[in-house]
Design a protein around this ligand. Structure first.
Ligand SMILES: O=C(O)CCC(=O)C(=O)O
Ligand SMILES: [Fe+2]
Length: 195
């Protein structure tokens, strides 16, 4: 099995007490929207629930959809502060994914939108059911999997997005829910050079 040098897993970033507290928050209190949306006059159903939170003025289009920006919740702010302090790196946004069970998934993609700049570091925190992150090299086609346990923080180093694609595959054997937060640093529109 391929080991990807651009991934670093920090297990037990949160201990058992914090994990169950945050999992309970996301399952019971987080403001989840409907997963059906219309794009280009067609209806789509996202195979998971998702919210996007960012500092004022940050816009980001993920898979060509302009995400609705929601305010930070107290729990998200607390988690961001802890991740930033551990990594000595600042993030201005987070994408929160709720995989209700093994039917929910995210397909193959790379988080390499231009808004993320040349070298995006993404920090990915997981709670709940352990699910593997599958990755495949864009040129060699090498593939691998890394299981992301509850309370773990995965660092996706900058070259991960340019060289690899990733997914969280469907697994009908899983009935438990999983929450994933990907903290990102999106360049402000003013950071960009207009040509
Ligand atoms: O759920 C995960 O571990 C990954 C989610 C992901 O790839 C994304 O939000 O871009
Ligand atoms: Fe991703």
């Amino acid at each position: 099995m391929t080991v990807c040098p651009e991934l670093e897993l920090i297990e037990n970033f949160y201990d058992a007490e914090d994990r169950s507290r945050f999992l309970a928050y996301f399952l019971r209190r987080h403001p989840w929207p409907d997963n059906r949306y219309t794009f280009g006059g067609r209806q789509f159903v996202l195979p998971r629930l998702q919210t996007w939170h960012a500092d004022a003025g940050i816009r980001y289009s993920y898979s060509n959809n302009l995400l609705v920006t929601r305010p930070w919740t107290a729990s998200l702010l607390a988690i961001r502060a802890e991740v930033e302090s551990r990594l000595a790196y600042r993030f201005n946004s987070v994408l929160v994914n709720f995989y209700r069970d093994g039917d929910d998934f995210v397909g193959w993609h790379a988080d390499n939108e231009p808004e993320l700049g040349e070298s995006p570091l993404i920090a990915s925190l997981s709670f709940g059911a352990a699910r593997p992150l599958a990755f495949r090299h864009k040129i060699s086609g090498e593939t691998g999997r890394l299981v992301l346990p509850t309370g773990s923080l995965l660092l996706m180093r900058p070259a991960f997005q340019s060289q690899w694609q990733h997914s969280v595959p469907q697994d009908r054997g899983i009935s438990a829910a999983r929450i994933n937060l990907t903290f990102r640093k999106v360049c402000q529109p003013t950071d960009r050079v207009n040509v």
